[in-house]
Design a protein around this ligand. Structure first.
Ligand code: GBH
Length: 489
């Protein structure tokens, strides 16, 4: 294994780890917190592994100091956390503010500052206030204004100290898995319709929040704001087969392109997405208007509403044509897309079934983003490796994974000229992995969920990540000293 050349990373590189409120906080009904759609989803039995819930999770609501110790032990320069919307605003609106929620996040942010750690805050990581779901959630047009008010409240309350904001985490996942497949909260299964509406309202919500920040907060607070997009890297299953090649382009358009095209390219969805959906509607005799909404001329455009590119990368897929597999009468996202992604049998699977380990996919994806979307700085806001079954504190496979991945990031920076500004490991510690509950572990720290102390223990991969960070910091420091000395002679 070749050593990692840390000098390739810029001196101000962000070394981070990420978490999300519902996955770590617990305290689901403490101190005035309102329920979120994940509370509801977990409480309706049969949806999550062994009917587990995030009621307690890592109990970060009460054990935050333990998390802070972990952050310090790793030597992180950055920590990405998410705010539980319904902990701050129990019914989702600014009509009722929960002071204990404000106090909790103030403490977290202030402690991080004291420890010289920069905070990146995600406003929405899958946990919509249930009260807003009851009003139609992401399928209702009014949600965009409500989100904007929530975002403004957070900028006003925390923006003097928080300079890196993510509006929404993975709108693709929320739209497709939450509103098409119905396998995550809010569990809506309206194939071919609901995901497009939900996604549209998420883009509108993000756009309004960005414009608010840009006009009313940036001049004083000077921060940056984006949204986090997840994407696999994809290549045709058979590169010599034109159908697979075309399917791969569609796959890209219907996943990353769905959100990146409006923000970075045209202010609208990819043309191929629009034409496919129109054609399918016609073919199926669907005549209740366009299933893919249009951006209104009366609202601000999404184009240009990201100050950096935030990427969550986990895995890769080989893509094959899916057109002939669609039944004539089927209305669905997948048939609109006409493509299927499969795992290459040569790729190892780590833990959870979907996670094929393909570190070099990250390098290719970074280059693709640079070439297709933007030259803005890129933060890798999530990337990680899971364990299932017996716990291995000496997680050698995960160590290799982080090493290989950071090696690919190096190549992206030094050979492809990609402007990568930071890397956030998913996750700081084992946590509630959505429908898989606690059976899938992504942490740099192990959490003992069997005991109420919820003890955190560093994995070997955590120690190695800490060593990389420390090496980079030492080298940059001595380089700075050299620079100063050489200037003096
Ligand atoms: C991230 O999503 C989330 O932001 C984070 O909260 C989560 O803990 C982390 O991943 C690890 O899962 O079951 O075949 O339908 C990553 C993107 C997209 C990966 C949906 C899992 C489901 C595949 N996710 N995908 S499948």
């Amino acid at each position: 294994m070749s050593a990692l050349d840390v000098s390739v990373f810029p001196s101000d590189f962000a070394w981070g780890a990420a978490t999300a409120a519902y996955q770590i906080e617990g305290g689901w009904n403490l101190d005035g917190k309102g329920p979120s759609i994940w509370d509801t989803f977990c409480h309706a039995k049969g949806q999550v592994f062994e009917d587990q819930t995030g009621e307690v999770a890592c109990n970060s609501y009460q054990l935050w100091e333990k998390d802070l110790k972990c952050i310090q032990q790793l030597g992180l320069t950055h920590y990405r956390l998410s705010i539980s919307w319904s902990r701050l605003l129990p019914d989702g609106t600014t009509n009722h503010v929960n002071p204990k929620g404000v106090a909790y996040y103030n403490k977290v942010i202030n402690d991080l500052i004291t420890c010289d750690v920069t905070t990146m805050v995600t406003l929405y990581h899958f946990d919509l206030p249930q009260a807003l779901q009851d009003r139609g959630g992401w399928n209702s047009a009014e949600i965009a204004d409500i989100f904007e008010s929530y975002a403004r409240f957070c900028f006003k309350t925390f923006g003097d100290r928080v300079k890196l904001w993510i509006t929404l985490n993975e709108p693709y996942v929320c739209a497709k898995l939450g509103h098409e497949d119905g396998i995550i909260a809010p569990g809506i299964k309206e194939p071919g319709i609901s995901a497009y509406v939900a996604a549209h309202n998420m883009v509108r919500a993000h756009t309004k929040a960005w414009h608010s920040y840009n006009a009313d907060f940036r001049p004083l607070q000077g921060g940056q704001i984006s949204l986090a997009l997840n994407s696999d890297w994809t290549e045709p299953l058979d590169p010599g087969c034109p159908k697979d090649v075309a399917a791969t382009e569609r796959y890209k358009a219907f996943t990353l392109g769905w959100f990146a095209w409006p923000l970075f390219c045209t202010g609208d969805y990819p043309e191929s997405m629009r034409s496919r959906i129109e054609a399918k509607s016609l073919e199926l005799g669907y005549n209740q208007g366009s299933r893919l909404p249009h951006f209104s001329k009366n609202e601000p455009s999404p184009l240009g509403t990201a100050d950096f590119f935030a990427l969550n990368y986990y895995t890769s897929r080989k893509v094959k044509d899916w057109n002939s597999a669609c039944k004539n009468s089927e209305l669905s996202f997948k048939c609109d897309q006409g493509a299927e992604g499969v795992v290459d049998p040569s790729w190892p699977i780590c833990g959870v079934h979907w996670l094929a380990v393909v570190p070099d996919g990250l390098r290719k994806l970074l280059k693709h983003i640079k070439d297709t979307y933007t030259n803005l700085p890129i933060y890798i806001t999530e990337n990680g490796f899971s364990q299932m079954g017996p716990v291995q504190i000496e997680d050698v496979d995960r160590c290799h994974f982080y090493h290989d991945t950071l090696q690919e990031v190096c190549k992206a920076i030094s050979q492809d000229g990609v402007n990568v500004k930071g890397y956030f490991a998913w996750s700081l510690m084992d946590n509630f992995e959505w429908i898989h509950g606690f059976s899938v572990r992504f942490g740099l720290f192990h959490v003992d969920f069997a005991t109420p102390e919820l003890k955190r223990t560093i994995y070997r991969s955590g120690r190695e990540y800490a060593a990389v960070i420390s090496k980079h910091r030492t080298e940059t420091k001595s380089k700075n000293v050299e620079d100063i000395l050489s200037r003096n002679v």
